[in-house]
Design a binder for this molecule. Structure first.
Ligand code: S6P
Ligand code: ZN
Length: 215
């Protein structure tokens, strides 16, 4: 394996992006159908502001090799759909035992995490706060502030993302909503279906596809 050369990159804090020749994608409101609980509020906002960028990711991907690292920046606009704050889709890494590190650069928000067996953790993110997302934890960023939330992230290059894990459980166990006083509160998701014991073991790598436990 010919490993890449060392490199440096800078973060444009105002723009909330990594500068230079980076990979970039944006998620607009119209790309986020089905994410928010209040479907009527989503449809109304979609009609007015469907092209609004909810979040944008810029990252540096030296290679996809195990042992390499992807580093990037997520910028999320402030906003709500109904009373639910803007958030990312959320995922577990497709190679489930890959962790991730987040570092707050600007704004205020939350990292909502959920383990395969449905435990939840909610961590407040702000400038200079570091959040370690362990292997096997679903993670989703939420902007609870009034300005852009900008965070640096770094994770193993072979991790990939599994978005279906949240769809299959009808969302995460918790949602983050406005508490009516300018703050936030955690609300239970009544449609949450969770994951079976067999699915949890499978994610943990302890069960093969056919249901047979590994020696
Ligand atoms: C990737 C890492 C981030 C997110 C980004 C958008 O593992 O966690 O780059 O991809 O914050 O979130 P999502 O859930 O839409 O991929
Ligand atoms: Zn991730």
């Amino acid at each position: 394996m010919q490993w890449p050369e060392p490199c440096v990159f800078t973060v444009d804090l105002d723009a909330g992006r990594m500068a230079g020749p980076v990979h970039r994608y944006r998620k607009r409101l119209c790309d986020l159908q089905g994410l928010y609980a209040d479907e009527a509020a989503f449809a109304a906002l979609l009609a007015q502001q469907g092209q609004e960028v909810v979040y944008e990711v810029t990252d540096h991907r030296p290679s996809g090799e195990p042992g390499d690292l992807i580093t990037g920046v997520t910028r999320m606009a402030p906003g709500k759909v109904g009373d639910e704050y803007f958030m990312t889709r959320g995922h577990m890494h497709a190679v489930a035992d890959r962790p991730e590190l987040y570092f707050g650069l600007k704004g205020h928000g939350l990292m909502v995490m959920e383990s395969a067996d449905g435990q939840t953790r909610t961590v407040e993110m702000a400038p200079q706060v570091v959040c370690y997302v362990p292997p096997l934890w679903i993670h989703r960023s939420v902007n609870t502030g009034t300005q852009d939330l900008v965070m640096l992230f770094c994770y193993p290059a072979d991790a990939g993302q599994d978005y279906g894990i949240i769809e299959r459980s009808n969302g995460l166990r918790t949602r983050i909503v406005d508490d009516g006083q300018g703050g936030w509160r955690i609300q239970a998701n009544p449609g949450y279906a969770g994951r079976s014991a067999a699915q949890v073991l499978m994610l943990q790598g302890l069960l093969r596809q056919g249901g047979e436990a590994q020696p």
